[in-house]
Design a protein around this ligand. Structure first.
Ligand code: SAM
Length: 334
């Protein structure tokens, strides 16, 4: 069964589930220095509640699920959630996004639970800079996490990097070069504005510029990938891996957007950049039947906007307009 259609004829068959708003890092482009006040435990959906929502969604045609956060691996027993999701059946792709710090510890458990793939966020290969950008992270743990993911067969490994001008843009080439020898998918993601981060027009690097920087390594040939999502992929001659470019701002991909997000506190969010949310918790905790959960999921699909409103002119010239987006990534589920 194909997923439900929204008002703009897009098929919605992908859900990103944030299992926690907590994180073991404080990345400077994601959080303020003092961190964020965590959502109270009782407000966070239980695993049983998440699985119930997903069972209804999968029944409606959702096929692709990504577990995220916050940092999903800081929530206790996330493997139990993964195996419970796997037990629903009918899911084509079950993946997880992580900063990799705890991946060395959990990779095998995740595989045993049934995870298909992981995306690892890594914004610098320099230990000191990594520590500075993450406010305390130890890059060796991430490298061990990547190694463990490879060993346990969690491939292809996707590495997500957010280039920020004046901060880590001098490492774009080195990240691109990783694909020459390893079968990684190194994806460069445009720096996005949120209330809690240090975004500015000057720090923002459009995907086209990132791509032209990588071309100093060699010419790039476009690569068609069946499950490419919003990334445009390319390969250097004789490279084993690929580089990808994700341009939510400079060339947004709303026309192909197939996703809904479920926040850790139970809000269905049809668009990352719109504050519209449908709260599932009252229904989940108030004894509502599954058809009520389905109605709320359909409602959030109906409310999915045609596109986000961060238009070119906004991010190029009117910095202030960007700061109407309130929830930070770690609260939405990146
Ligand atoms: N903790 C996990 C991780 O680090 O992958 C999952 C959550 S994190 C919020 C998900 C992704 O959002 C990461 O790849 C991170 O780089 C990205 N992200 C956070 N803030 C961002 C921003 N302002 N612009 C672009 N990407 C951002």
């Amino acid at each position: 069964m194909s997923g439900p259609k929204d008002s703009f004829e897009r098929t919605i068959d992908y859900m990103r589930i944030s299992v926690t708003d907590r994180c073991n890092l404080r990345c400077i482009y994601c959080m303020p220095p003092e961190g964020l006040v965590p959502i109270e435990h009782k407000e966070i959906l239980s695993y049983e509640e998440i699985v119930r929502v997903l069972r209804v969604a999968v029944n409606m045609g959702v096929k692709k699920i990504r577990i995220t956060g916050g940092e999903p691996l800081v929530r206790k027993n996330v493997s139990y959630l993964i195996s419970s999701i796997k037990d629903i059946g009918g899911i084509k792709d079950l993946s997880l996004t992580t900063n990799g710090i705890l991946l060395g510890q959990y990779a095998q458990e995740l595989v045993d639970a049934g995870i298909d793939r992981v995306n690892i966020s890594l914004d610098s290969l320099k230990p000191d800079r990594y520590r500075e950008m993450t406010r305390g992270g130890d890059i060796d743990m991430v490298l061990k996490g990547i190694e463990a993911a490879e060993k346990t067969g969690l491939v292809p490994i996707k590495i997500n990097m957010v280039p920020i001008r004046g901060l880590n843009d001098d490492e774009i080439v080195e990240f691109a070069r990783l694909t020459l020898k390893a079968p990684y998918q190194v994806r460069f993601i445009e720096f996005m504005p949120f209330d809690t981060n240090m975004w500015s027009r000057e720090k923002f690097i459009p995907a086209d510029e990132i791509k032209s920087i990588t071309e100093s390594v060699g010419p790039l040939t476009p690569v068609f990938m069946r499950k490419s999502g919003p990334a445009r992929y390319f390969r250097f001659e004789e490279a084993t891996g690929v580089v990808g470019f994700i341009s939510p701002l400079s060339n947004h991909f709303c026309r192909e957007c197939n996703r809904l997000r479920l926040t850790a506190d139970g809000k269905l969010r049809p668009c990352l950049f719109s504050e519209t949310e449908i709260d599932l918790k009252p229904a989940l905790r108030g004894g509502a039947p599954d058809n009520e959960i389905e109605r709320l999921i359909r409602l959030s699909i109906e409310l999915k906007p045609q596109g986000h409103t961060l238009q070119d002119s906004d991010y190029r010239t009117r910095r202030k307009t960007l700061h109407r987006y309130r929830r930070p990534m770690s609260r939405i589920g990146g």
